[in-house]
Design a protein around this ligand. Sequence first.
Ligand code: C2E
Ligand code: MG
Ligand code: MG
Length: 576
Amino acid sequence: MRILIAEDDPVSRRLLEALLKKWGYDVVVAQDGRQAWDILKKNDAPKMAIVDWMMPELDGVQVCQNVRQREDDYYIYIILLTAKSQKQDIIQGMVAGADDYVTKPFDANELNARLRAGRRILDLQSELLSTRETLRVQATHDPLTGLPNRLLFSDRLTQRLAQARRQEQPLAVMFLDLDRFKLINDTLGHNIGDMLLKSVSERLQGTLREVDTIARMGGDEFTIILSDIDNADSAVVVADKVLQALAEPVILDGHELFVSASMGISLFPSDGGNAETLVQNADTAMYRAKEQGRNNYQLYTEAFNAAAVEKITLEHSLRRALARDEFLLHYQPQVSIGTGKVKGTEALIRWRQPNLGLVSPGQFIPLAEETGLILPISEWVLRTACTQNKAWQDAGLPHMSIAVNISARQFEQNELTPMVENALEESGLDPRYLDLELTESTLMQNPDTAVSILQKLKDMGVRISVDDFGTGYSSLSYLKRFPIDAVKIDQSFVKDITSNPDDAAIAGAVVAMAHSLKLEVIAEGVETLDQLEFLRGLRCDEMQGYFVSPPVPAEDLQQQIINGLSVKPSQLPFAA
Ligand code: C2E
Ligand code: MG
Ligand code: MG
């Protein structure tokens, strides 16, 4: 522990020095108040000082006052040495900023005791400061990569913008999102995912200059502030360097991984005047880069036409919809035409978009397929539907199957079987109560692979239905090859089934053909009693449609079933 002795009287100064050295202190001396303050005002001043009151130049009380006016966290513990022992004097010294005092002539034991008390306080104080520093770092940095977090980033950006505005200098904001990071996370695990994020953050730091702020916004999103640039070209040069730096494969835990990123760049002042707009526009440009096939960067431009902007905006909010819990499932009963009993329900996704209200799947499933978002969304649908069905069973409802729509993209990615396995395992649902709906066109895109995937699913014990049947290839020979359980007659044939002989003939042929293959037939979009009667005449097995019930929330469906379903016996002339 370093300590300052400020004492003008040489005899007591030497005495003090000798004593303190004996007690293990590292002693610094000052011969008057001026010298004392010169030492104490420095950043590396000793943390303890014994200061004589009566000194030339500056007296001890003034030294105390000066020290207390330092505007930083540096704390110096001051013991005032004084011949004045009146209460009034002591109060004056303490008010000036002394922590303690010792009266002259001093008692060595007393001085030692007071020094120890001071050290205890300094210890506590330094602990407090380091806790405060830790908390500050935690609140402003990402724990995984140590990079500034969103909070610090926006703080820095605001600062840099003010500076750029003053100096009339351009500035660029880059928004970087790793490509297909989720896939790595999902297939290799979060540990590898975390390691990858760290390595990306190191590469970014290695590529950019000290003055550039790199932050992790969350997930696999990073943002960068480039100040000190001349124009858009210099930002583009940096973006190129970043892409190159990321292109080197990363070896983690024996896996050789190739990462790439999509980046968007916005410029101050042309693309926005404040932090929020600049980040948002860089983000929009990043989506553009994704659309352009990933592993590239795009400059923000207002010239995106309105439709593109709308699409990007929708995609934008679609990306966040899962995390924000905006999806929900509605359920539509599938009823046996013979008995009127509910045999199953179909889970149909809805998106409660904050600005647009309830969005129907027709409006976002195609976009989800295009962007690959369909995978996480489908995973959610499968899990939610299975869990819901198990909950109904556990609540004592009659066991029904739950039908889940599978998109072509999902089928093609070879991830369907593990996804289904997980959903079943997590929910505890018996596989025979899960019914996967695939459209004809999905199956026909690659019939050979389709057969092998379907076979795997069948082996797991789940049911398979062909959705929208009749709208696609309707190839009987293929239908025979697929291990399926049911076909669903598309609603377009049901719509005019009673008035259009062609539709009636097609529906009739589908039923006959399916039955000959021992497949069940479900008619979709049944809205009227006439349609129902007609289908019954064709010996169609089940129906689904507004006549029974539109798709409804889980609670409503449960209530319908408890109430004995919405098909009143009077409406089922044949079932009573
Ligand atoms: P789909 O599988 O053929 O579903 C039947 C559609 O017909 C549903 O539309 C349903 O609300 C509607 N519908 C039911 N009964 C009637 C009726 O009596 N009359 C009429 N006019 N329509 C009826 P929705 O819910 O808008 O879904 C449209 C399509 O979006 C679905 O067609 C399905 O292909 C797709 N979809 C829905 N949910 C999901 C999902 O979770 N994942 C995937 N990949 N696709 C989904
Ligand atoms: Mg369907
Ligand atoms: Mg359908």
